[in-house]
Ligand binder design. Structure first.
Ligand code: SF4
Length: 279
């Protein structure tokens, strides 16, 4: 039941913020997973710094409130300490695609069995409107009054190149679709990431634009095992913004690979033993 995740914290997001749809979708997805056998006490969350991070206060779950950009190493540490835990991270675009970008890439290449949600509002909102790595070229904000001269990072392309094994894009205006995709991401064994196109009504209000241009991959006879197609689809084509699972593959997770016997030498090395102790 999603209500068992409610807290007494007063919500301070701006009315109309896309984070409300994300919070509701997360509560609904986790509520259903808990009803179907996931143990609430085994779900651990972590957040970075920014408007997204307030979700920490609005979910009654175990967790670690992190520093800016540092959610991926927290997920890594939590998972290594106890591989049985279900680990979910929340981060903003300015948070994880700026300071945190190297951490994100390394969790992806390791195929850590964890889920990352990127609240991509394409603006530093908590600090009142500076451009981020995903802001479109020409974005006018406090730090770029004449327009940003930089090209934006496409998170789906970054994650495809970093070898994440579940890569999706969602939109809080399509909450049932988000809930379903999040449950698939959490059930996926490996590093699953969802880029969430999150409108910020205060500094970059994209509700209308997204509502008019969102299309669903699953309605396009799309094959999520085709990496080349995923790369192509991740670009906005013909003014369409596709959402859904871009890419998914099965691969051993980081902890499974750590537990593999050393094939070239049956004796465990000192490093193997140290790593075994860590997990
Ligand atoms: S500033 Fe933007 S992201 Fe932050 S709570 Fe308000 S609408 Fe949401």
């Amino acid at each position: 039941m999603s209500s068992e995740l409610d807290t007494d914290a007063i919500n301070t997001w701006c009315p109309g913020c896309g984070n409300f749809g994300i919070l509701r979708g997360v509560k609904e997805a986790l509520g259903e997973l808990i009803d179907n056998g996931y143990k609430k006490e085994n779900i651990v969350i972590s957040t970075g710094i920014g408007c997204h991070a307030k979700i920490f206060d609005y979910l009654d779950l175990n967790g670690f409130y992190g520093l800016h950009g540092r959610v991926p190493p927290l997920l890594y540490g939590i998972k290594l300490a106890n591989p049985e835990l279900t680990v979910i991270g929340f981060a903003g675009d300015g948070d994880i695609l700026n300071e945190g970008i190297s951490h994100l890439i390394h969790n992806a290449k390791r195929n850590l069995d964890a889920t990352m949600l990127i609240h991509n509002n394409k603006v530093y909102a908590l600090t009142t409107g500076q451009f981020t790595p995903t802001s479109p070229k020409g974005f006018k904000g406090k730090s770029t009054p004449k327009g940003s001269p930089e090209e934006p990072i496409n998170p789906i392309h970054l994650l495809l190149g970093s070898k994440a094994t579940f890569i999706a894009r969602c939109y809080p205006g399509e909450r049932k679709h988000f809930k379903k995709t999040l449950k698939q991401a959490i059930n996926h064994k490996g590093f699953s990431v969802i880029e969430i196109l999150q409108p910020c009504v205060a500094f970059y209000n994209t509700w209308k634009h997204y509502s008019e241009h969102i299309t669903k991959l699953e309605q396009q006879n799309y094959d999520p095992t085709d990496k080349k197609l995923a790369w192509k689809k991740a670009d906005y084509e013909n003014d369409q913004i596709p959402i859904g699972i871009f890419y998914q593959e099965k691969k051993p997770t980081y902890t499974e690979n750590l537990n593999q016997p050393n094939k070239t030498n049956n004796k465990k090395t000192k490093v193997d033993k140290t790593l075994q102790k860590m997990i």
